[in-house]
Design a protein around this ligand. Structure first.
Ligand SMILES: Cc1cc2nc3c(=O)[nH]c(=O)nc-3n(C[C@H](O)[C@H](O)[C@H](O)COP(=O)(O)O)c2cc1C
Length: 211
């Protein structure tokens, strides 16, 4: 396959400032509902980009588990590589790639940990296997082989038996509070629509960007 010849035409929708909702979170939910109903696989998956202390960017997927006026919440290991980068910079970018509907949403924002009670509540709602997995994986660390994980899982089962599994103190949520949110809609001939919300003077301003 010749990558140079691989291209899709985008002709399913258009964006204009007048039809955008006043705030980007309501707009995100409107697009999320549309993506969910139109065959987007895992529409709550998003790329999370962080920058390390050397200025190197790192991106990986995580699952958004809450979106409201305060921002976008996901859960992870507080001792992972991403957590170190989130805590030292206090900043992150998120990218939702809803390619089936020719859309993407880019978020830039500031980062904080969610309240421990919120992390407890979400952890308690997870399947038991995921709870054990959170305990067992020293996320981002080097490990010799898979047996290390299997051994850790056996240890966690022995420790908690059939009882409730509490949230590990090293695992919980982060919230990205947006300062900009850009909605991108593919259009024919690469003349795509890009509308960006920017928090300014205590209100959301919407600007159009060249594609
Ligand atoms: C679709 C998808 C969803 C994921 N969701 C999460 C998640 O919610 N939390 C998480 O810690 N890792 C998640 N991961 C794994 C991360 O991409 C990543 O491998 C891991 O968090 C370690 O990243 P780090 O070493 O940069 O900290 C997901 C991966 C994929 C492909």
């Amino acid at each position: 396959m010749d990558l140079a010849d691989l291209r899709a035409e985008y002709d399913v929708g258009a964006l204009d400032t007048d039809s955008m909702l006043d705030d980007p979170i309501s707009q995100w939910w409107s697009w999320f509902d549309h993506a969910s109903e139109n065959g987007v696989h895992e529409p709550n998956a998003m790329a999370l980009a962080t920058v390390d202390e050397g200025g190197w960017p790192h991106a990986r997927n995580v699952l958004v588990k809450g979106v409201d006026a305060h921002g976008f919440v996901f859960y992870t290991n507080y001792e992972s590589a991403k957590a170190g980068e989130l805590e030292s910079s206090g900043r992150a970018s998120l990218l939702f790639s809803w390619l089936e509907v020719h859309r993407q949403i880019r978020v830039v924002g500031t980062v904080s940990r969610v309240a421990p009670s919120d992390s407890d509540a979400y952890f308690a709602s997870r399947p038991a296997g995921s709870q054990v997995g959170a305990w067992a994986s020293p996320q981002s660390d080097l490990i010799d082989d898979r047996d290390v994980l299997e051994g850790a899982v056996a240890d966690i089962h022995a420790r908690f038996g059939d009882g409730d599994i509490p949230r590990p103190s090293f695992w919980g949520g982060y919230r990205v509070a947006p300062i900009t949110v850009e909605f991108w809609q593919g259009r024919p001939s690469r003349l795509h629509d890009r509308l960006r919300y920017r928090w300014q003077n205590n209100a959301w301003q919407i600007d159009r960007l060249a594609p």
